[in-house]
Write a protein that binds this ligand. Structure first.
Ligand SMILES: Nc1ncnc2c1ncn2[C@@H]1O[C@H](COP(=O)(O)OP(=O)(O)OP(=O)(O)O)[C@@H](O)[C@H]1O
Length: 640
């Protein structure tokens, strides 16, 4: 195939434009990005050759090489890794691989000016494109393992790039940067200077497992025989290649951990917390995990792979660590290096492996324990963790019954208490009056909707704190009637509300029940399709009526969630609760008593009463048009 000019995808162009004109101060980080990509490519080739004995690739000396050329003002970063095919190049480099998400697109659209690029680059990372922060032109020559012809890619970072055949390409990938003039004022260093490169590798990429080599000029002093001093080219390895996870925590600096985290995660932020684990005994392994300080763009993408990389005795096996941590901990980044697994272990085997399962159990406990520690000791960091990952973490309440209590404890919840901070359950319990033996909650779609719901009126009037749960998972885990610290979770929208506080209430209640008995029996009959029973309520102060489920029933929101996921669930009838002090209820009782046999005229009022109760809790009417007609007819009748 001949030379082709391609246009970058719109998003890629936008991003490149930001990069080229970037005032991002950390331009040095381009080197870390390129070395990181090379390291990944070397990992992939070694793995491919382990798995596929037909792959005729030389893996005896895998490495990265830096070649600065001060005269030509170029820097080449080359590896003999997996390489890319022509299609790979166009697909991977011509588009912003990870940017399909709305968030990135939105951020790009908003970042109109160069000033915003700083933040954007720092937040999202730009991988390969970071080369354009320091280079006027980038040339990539690459050849994929197993293919005979290579590809040459070139761009100046304007809207287009060219792709050519490269018949003589060496296996792997070589990226040559034609460097912009060094400009110390703008943190643009001289990347053709070997000393600068040496320093950057030490700083950012020391832990890379593969050797990063550079040919250096060294002076050989005059020997004893009086020969002249000479200058020689020597191949130097710039990085120590030490696996950070094998070291104990006090041997590694925070900055080293942070760089390693960035390398692993392709994020550009600092880790919020570093977790190091060295297990000895039956199964020996080392784990190094990080809680990020920023959420990744694709956290809610279902196909997102796990954040843990698996190594076996220092050999990279997979970066899809789905078997190592459950989905609800998918934000955790890190490495697990197991001593006793086979290098040939396949994905299927991983799933069944006893050792992997044991490791997973331990890692899960460790991560939850770390979140708990944050909660106990570093409230600000915990708050930021919760904002970013709380919703995902709470998925564990549904998916990980074994750790339910630990997850519950390490979580926080919104509540009716006057505070902008969510509460732990321990604090909730501590605030409870002595006689309150349960934890009250209400679920709904948003906090605002729940707060307006009539069910809370009585609780609010009595100053009883209620948890406001508005994540979809909340519907699910609460429906199994869990306990915390021996206290049951009780929905304020289910069962009878125990809100009495004086002894006379019982007799009072019996009198009132008798007073409204006829009306209630009639309402249950008229609203038979939706209402299982009508009773007088203790939970309302302002509204006329509300609907409550049985203690063990499904909430309407859960019903909706099940339907949305394609499951057939029966429509749940609920109890209609009436406020005997409300004029609409007393008025209706009177009208009902006066109407004699002419009660059919009151039917629409009964239906409106029901519909209003549904609307007040933020629910949806089965037939909104019918409701509008009923209301209109009633209003018209009132005007006559
Ligand atoms: N040296 C290389 N050898 C082989 N493939 C490479 C190399 N450099 C980049 N690639 C391929 O190009 C893809 C895109 O690289 P790029 O650095 O833009 O993004 P990334 O590494 O996936 O993520 P990030 O943007 O966070 O760095 C990589 O995922 C990889 O498949």
């Amino acid at each position: 195939m001949s030379s082709q000019v391609h246009e970058f995808h719109a998003e890629a162009r936008q991003l490149l434009d930001l990069v080229v004109h970037s005032i991002y101060s950390n331009k040095d980080s381009f080197l870390r990005e390129l070395i990181s990509n090379s390291s990944d490519a070397l990992d992939k080739l070694r793995l491919a050759s382990l798995r596929d004995s037909d792959l005729d690739s030389d893996v005896s000396d895998l490495h990265v090489r830096l070649t600065p050329d001060a005269q030509a003002r170029t820097l080449t970063v080359a590896d003999n890794g997996i390489g890319m095919s022509r299609e790979d190049v166009v697909d991977l480099i011509g588009t912003v691989a990870k940017s399909g998400t709305a968030k990135m697109r939105q951020a790009l659209a908003e970042a109109g000016d160069a000033g915003a690029s700083e933040e954007l680059i720092g937040q999202f990372g730009i991988g390969f494109y970071s080369a354009f922060m320091v280079a006027e032109r980038v040339t990539m020559v690459t050849r994929k393992a197993g293919e005979s012809v290579g590809t040459r890619w070139e761009s100046t970072g304007d809207g287009t790039y060219t792709v050519d055949e490269a018949p003589d390409a060496a296996p792997g990938t070589a990226i040559t940067l034609s460097l912009k003039p060094a400009d110390a004022d703008n943190a643009l260093h001289d990347y053709a200077d070997p000393q600068v490169l040496r320093g950057l590798v030490k700083k950012y990429s020391d832990f890379i497992a593969w050797p990063i080599r550079m040919s250096e000029t060294v002076e050989v002093p005059a020997d004893e025989d009086g020969g002249e001093p000479t200058v020689e080219q020597v191949d130097a390895t710039l990085n120590s290649q030490k696996a950070l996870w094998a070291k104990s925590k006090d041997e590694v600096s925070a900055e080293e951990y942070a760089e390693f985290y960035r390398h692993l995660s392709h994020n550009w932020d600092e880790p919020l917390e570093t977790i190091s684990l060295h297990a000895e005994g039956t199964f020996e392994y080392q784990a190094l995990m990080f809680l990020p300080s920023q959420p990744p763009l694709d956290m809610f993408a279902r196909e997102r792979s796990g954040g843990l990389h698996l190594y076996v005795r220092r050999v990279f096996i997979t970066d899809d660590g789905a078997e190592l941590l459950p989905e609800y901990l998918r934000f955790v980044q890190g490495v697990v290096d197991a001593n006793d697994l086979s290098l040939n272990v396949s994905r299927e085997l991983l799933q069944q492996d006893r050792q992997i399962r044991a490791i997973r159990r331990r890692l899960v406990k460790k991560v939850i324990g770390t979140v708990q520690e944050l909660q106990d000791r570093r409230p600000d960091d915990y708050a930021s963790f919760w904002t970013n990952f709380g919703q995902v973490f709470k998925e564990g309440l549904v998916n990980d019954p074994d750790n339910f209590q630990a997850i519950l404890k390490a979580s926080v919840f919104e509540s009716t208490r006057e505070s902008d901070q969510p509460t732990t359950l321990a604090d909730y319990v501590e605030r409870c009056p002595a006689e309150q033996k349960v934890i009250y909650y209400m679920t709904g779609e948003t906090r605002q909707q729940i707060e307006r719901s009539p069910h809370l009126e009585g609780f609010r009037a009595k100053g009883i704190e209620v948890l406001l749960l508005s994540d979809p998972v909340d519907e699910v885990w609460t429906s199994s009637m869990p306990e915390y610290d021996g206290r049951q979770f009780v929905s304020v929208a289910k069962g009878e509300a125990a809100l009495d506080d004086d002894a006379d209430a019982e007799t009072d209640g019996a009198d009132r029940d008798a007073e409204f008995a006829d009306l209630m029996a009639w309402l249950t009959e008229v609203l038979e399709a939706d209402v299982s029973q009508t009773r007088l309520t203790k939970r309302l102060t302002d509204s006329a009526a509300c609907l409550v489920g049985d203690t063990f029933s499904m909430s309407p929101q859960l019903e909706k969630l099940y339907r949305a996921s394609g499951q057939q669930v029966p429509h749940m009838k609920r109890v209609l609760e009436l406020n005997p002090d409300h004029p609409l209820v007393t008025g209706l009782a009177k009208a009902y008593a006066d109407a004699g046999d002419e009660r059919s005229a009151l039917t629409s009022t009964a239906q409106l009463l029901y519909a209003m109760a549904v609307l007040a809790e933020g629910g949806e009417l089965a037939d909104p048009a019918e409701f509008a007609k009923l209301l209109s007819d009633t209003l018209v009748a009132g005007l006559r």
